[in-house]
Design a protein around this ligand. Structure first.
Ligand SMILES: [Mg+2]
Ligand SMILES: [Zn+2]
Length: 191
């Protein structure tokens, strides 16, 4: 399967900082529509998100599950079903002891992407990752994801420079899927 790996905060929803309440979860303009295009293009949708707010004690796993349910419901209704959401609750300086680990899942580590690849048989080389931070791109590179796209945070501005390892840059997801780059990506032979 070819996949689209999506960072959450700043890519799907506005990055207001440690978002866990439904009233703070605001979709980036065009994100739902863009995810539908990705899905209808035959890409399996995965969300890979650092959520150190859990380890920091700012919200709980249950809070995260509930906001994730909301997000997935909305994406599903928009014709963009998410196959699975992977999150990392850890932080090396987490307040809650059991989350205070140097894990393999926190981006820039590739753990979440590699797990999705194992679980779903994703062909990483012909897949794409979208993120708004250099550490998203780094995780994609480390996992061997073929295309690594940097987006402007909250979909607002074109990224000024491509971080190391980025293969393309766009203002937001919708601009990306409407671009010639995306058509070229879809036509790429799969391994
Ligand atoms: Mg982000
Ligand atoms: Zn982790």
């Amino acid at each position: 399967m070819r996949a689209a790996f999506l960072d959450r905060d700043g890519v799907i929803n506005l990055d207001l900082g440690y978002v866990y309440r439904q009233e703070d979860f605001r979709f980036v303009p065009g994100a739902l529509q863009a995810c539908r295009v990705l899905s209808e293009s035959g890409l399996g949708l995965f969300v890979v998100t650092n959520q150190s707010g859990i380890g920091r004690g700012l919200f709980t796993e249950e809070d995260f599950r509930s906001i994730t349910r909301y997000m997935c419901d909305e994406l599903g209704r928009a014709g963009a079903p998410v196959l699975k959401v992977y999150h990392c609750p850890h932080h090396p300086e987490a307040k809650i002891a059991r989350y205070r680990v140097a894990c393999e899942c926190r981006k820039p580590k590739p753990g979440m992407i590699l797990e999705a690849a194992r679980e779903f048989g994703v062909d990483l080389a012909s897949s794409v990752l979208f993120g708004d931070s250099p550490r998203d791109i780094e995780a994609g590179s480390a996992a061997g994801v073929g295309e690594r796209v940097i987006l402007g945070r909250d979909g607002l501005e074109e990224p000024e420079t491509l971080p190391r390892g980025a293969t393309a840059g766009f203002r937001n997801l919708l601009d990306a899927v409407r671009s010639p780059w995306f058509q070229k990506f879809l036509q790429r032979p799969t391994s």
